[in-house]
Design a protein around this ligand. Sequence first.
Ligand code: GLC
Ligand code: GLC
Length: 812
Amino acid sequence: MRFGYFDDANREYVITRPDTPLPWINYLGMQNYFSLVSNTAGGYAFYQDARLRRITRYRYNNVPLDMGGRYLYLRDQANGEFWSPTWMPTRHNAEDYTCRHGLGYSLIGSAYRGIRADVRFFVPLDASLEIWDLAVENLSDTPRSLSLFSSVEFCLWDALDDATNFQRNLNIGEVEVEGSVIYHKTEYRERRDHFAYFACSEPLEGFETQREAFLGPYRGWENPQAVESDHTAHSLGVGWSPVGVHHLRLNLAPGSKQRVIFLLGYHENPLDDKFSPPDSQTIHKGTVTPIIKKYLDPVHVDQAFDALRAAWDDLLGVLQVGSPNEHVDRMVNIWNAYQCMVTFNLSRSASYFESGIGRGMGFRDSNQDLLGFVQMVPERARQRLLDLAATQLENGGAYHQYQPLTKRGNDAVGSNFNDDPAWLVLGAAAYLKETGDWDILEEPVPYENQPGTEAPLLEHLQRCIQYTLDRLGPHGLPLIGRADWNDCLNLNTFSDQPGESFQTTTNRDGKVAESVVIAALFIMAAKELSAINVHLGLADESDRLNHLAAGMTETVWEHGWDGDWFLRAYDHFGDVVGSKTCTEGKIFIEPQGLCAMAGVGIEEGLAGRALKAVENYLATEHGILLLQPAFKQYYLHLGEISSYPPGYKENASVFCHTNPWVMIAEAILGDGDRALDYYLRINPSQREEISDLHRCEPYVYAQTIAGTDSTSFGEAKNSWLTGTAAWNYVAITQWILGIRPEFDGLRVEPVLPHGWDGFQATRKFRGATYEIQVVRQGKGNALSLSVDGEPIKGTLIPAPTADKVAVKAVIG
Ligand code: GLC
Ligand code: GLC
């Protein structure tokens, strides 16, 4: 069952009924100001940091679902009836409800008793505000007199404190109102230099800034007293809960339409110029007034919207494909790339599953996210890489997370996630392959953000490798530390205390627990760094790294192979994890995909056997399970992984992040049919048909789909902020379609399903535009390429010399 449809020409997903199984959300904002907006206008806004600069309140875990957002109310003066054009919060049976989630904007509207209202929400490219561009139209043949109310509930900035410290917070709220602008200035009189504002383009009938004055006691957003009575009391909120409510009157002749613009914004003043007059406590508004004036002007609003659309045309223009499969095209050309940008902007901080007060920027997560957005925003990827490297420790390890406002490592979470360093090498390699910007390796970067410790980025990468070498276990495999990629395989935690963090507790670190996953990552990282050294003319170092990769490969052969698949780990007691000798958790997905990607056992057939085992034991119609059989009890020596009920999350769900590793492995082994088949099983657009089961948005990936052991097999959770976005993008674009940036040029090496007769693509790469035409002529994967009409040897197209490059690949 579907709840809408894809409008590919407009790059929108159109939701046609408001009661989607879960709120289906979108993100507004690209630089500093961000908003989450659901299909019924729920959600919240913040400036840069979802915890520390939260602009509006949102209550997670609330009932009814998704109550709280950007709410508008229309009231028919003739009979007192009122409703919300975005369905929530009044939930009237509106006609023609639609929500068009587009790239950086959402358009939500409906009609009710002859009044059509549509509101377009977006954040302009270079302003710290969101625009609500409302159009109200009288479709009936009688004149209509309406009241219009807007509403937001302000957050007192620190979202965690706002939700906990009531003895203080119910006393600190402050606002100002001037004309049609409501200013939220809690704590501005003391240590803040910033305030929020909520402006309206029209003169007001009235306003409210105190929540209870608007809602009335013991009432909710679905029936505010002020709306019901059509009376606003001009409340000036001090303490309690500041809100912003505008009250307007609209008189619409039959067939006429009126546009009303609202702005919700954030502004900072210079510390020595906060007040006007200077000896007062009144906000100095001179710095923000021109911004408000500009964006209340409909001409500027339209220009800002066009500029936003043009910016997305540019970003997505880096790669556009035309293949025989609409789900491939739609995800590659629009939604998967879009989701990758959202993970760049938000990391794992704010979604409908991440509260914005928890995690900062993950070291491993951000390095992987980079694989999905580097081609769209290379300069910003460069900065991200340098920021990440600056949180590295001198021993080569890394803070597991850092805070976006300060860019400093998070002490509470600390280090010792032993896979982290390898991801920095893989992230840096991806950046170099895309850009050819070798100078970045010379860039001085500090350790732990300590001035005076600066060393070239290249040295940071070397220390990443050394970190693993300094931490090998009894079998010569890397020690796992607190966890590897799988944050929930906690082999040194041994936690029997409720509430203790599985990630940061180390009750036993006998220096025994080893990870085959880190071994595979190490091999990949060492090979990449070796190739980088070749480029730098450092042949000896390159050989040394290759030698290390070969050594680790042998170790995996010897101690990481279980007979039919790769082992997962050795635990604290030196016993195997992920082996046929185990009763539960016999086979894990991660080492099967990653070892093949690292090149372990490809020629010898081990990788092929491992993939066969994946097919036999882990593959389901809804994707590939993380492990089998699921853990049915809590194992002290395995940690969080066994804390989840069977079939959920790391305990044997389809953990979507890992599936593309198997797709890539299948492509490396030449099986395009199976690679694409696995790809389509979790492709959100392909799953649109089963939205009632899948439940999350059909236009973006979710982190997890409940597995066969669960009670809800096929149900997705944790949409949007997941490494799934980047890795699926890499799997389909670089390995199945085979358009792959490498250090020395662009490789075109598709591994296609047999049923495809080819595809075409446009790829911008290092300043040139490649027009790529792939044509199948036979059954196999053999390729012959010609560039600008000239046949070339192999599949690597050397660095471009012209603006346009025509590539033809004949496959079969
Ligand atoms: C989450 C984390 C990621 C981890 C994965 C597996 O997605 O953000 O860092 O690798 O879970 O545990
Ligand atoms: C929890 C989640 C896991 C995530 C981790 C991050 O353990 O299950 O997916 O990686 O938290 O701290």
